[in-house]
Write a protein that binds this ligand. Structure first.
Ligand SMILES: [Fe+2]
Length: 282
């Protein structure tokens, strides 16, 4: 009799704990944004950019998977931090149909803007079905430009002496990383935006030394403490999230994403990153 009572209690406890954890991972953590702050040391950084802030926002995934009012609320919080430069590292939309263009138009007035510049690159989800619809990518890029985000498609842009190189998406139809990196000069200050961190393992980098900001992985969205996330959409499973020093002078930072593909997160909170720029002593 006592044993039956114990089993009943154990089942009740496990059911309640499991339900609470599921509710947390479904309704709480996917919307519990962490504002991560860290320093970014850049070689040859112009004096006027010393101490300025650069905000990274990634993988907003505007679409039907979750209520994008959540994005707008967090854009408003982020804008109050008055970033000097804002960069977006791809997957603006979770594109399924032209309905997403309308949804983008609703979110667009709220995008966080930098005082000195607002720049972005596209991700694979901005390339439509099978990442193979250049017309979709072109339309998204055009709409984002209208909304005040300068989209770099294997192009560069200089912000007060800092050259930002924007690589188009690795899985898309317009990837020209090698051509872009040929424009790199060691004597100047650079930052690279590259949605998919797997591009770091390609032989295209022209001895680049410096930071590369990526997204794409969402940090795996679900991760048990001390373990690697079981699902990571990259070949190189070391590219999960956060700051990763490569031993050739490159520093990779993978933002855990603001949006999500599936509304489930555990131990991988959504993120907006705020870097403080600092000249690197050589
Ligand atoms: Fe994404």
């Amino acid at each position: 009799m006592k044993k039956t009572k114990f089993i009943r209690k154990a089942i009740l406890f496990l059911t309640l704990t499991g339900s609470a954890m599921f509710y947390y991972a479904w309704q709480i953590e996917p919307f519990d944004v962490e504002f991560v702050e860290l320093e970014m040391e850049i070689e040859n950084l112009p004096q006027e950019l010393e101490g300025k802030t650069l905000m990274q926002i990634s993988d907003t995934h505007i679409g039907d998977r979750f209520d994008y009012k959540y994005l707008i609320e967090n854009f408003q919080k982020a804008q109050q931090m008055n970033p000097d430069i804002v960069v977006y590292t791809g997957d603006f939309l979770a594109y399924k149909s032209p309905k997403q263009f309308q949804q983008l138009a609703e979110v667009s007035p709220h995008f966080v803007k930098g005082k000195l510049g607002t720049i972005g690159v596209l991700g694979n989800h901005d390339y439509g079905k099978n990442w193979a619809e250049p017309d979709v990518a072109n339309r998204i890029a055009r709409d984002l430009e209208t909304a005040g985000i300068q989209i770099l498609r294997n192009e560069s842009l200089e912000v007060q002496g800092l050259t930002i190189l924007g690589m188009d998406d690795l899985y898309g139809t317009h990837f020209e990383g090698e051509k872009l990196m040929k424009t790199y000069r060691k004597s100047a200050a650079y930052l690279v935006l590259c949605h998919n961190p797997d591009a770091l393992d390609l032989p295209i980098w022209n001895d680049y030394r410096g930071w590369i900001l990526s997204g794409h992985t969402h940090g795996g969205q679900v991760k048990l403490p001390f373990f690697r996330p079981p699902v990571l959409p990259v070949k190189n499973k070391n590219y999960s999230s956060g700051k990763i020093e490569l031993n050739d002078g490159r520093t990779l930072y993978i933002n855990r994403a603001l949006g999500h593909t599936y509304q489930i997160r555990f131990n991988v909170r959504p993120e907006i990153t705020l870097f403080k720029l600092k000249a690197k002593k050589i």
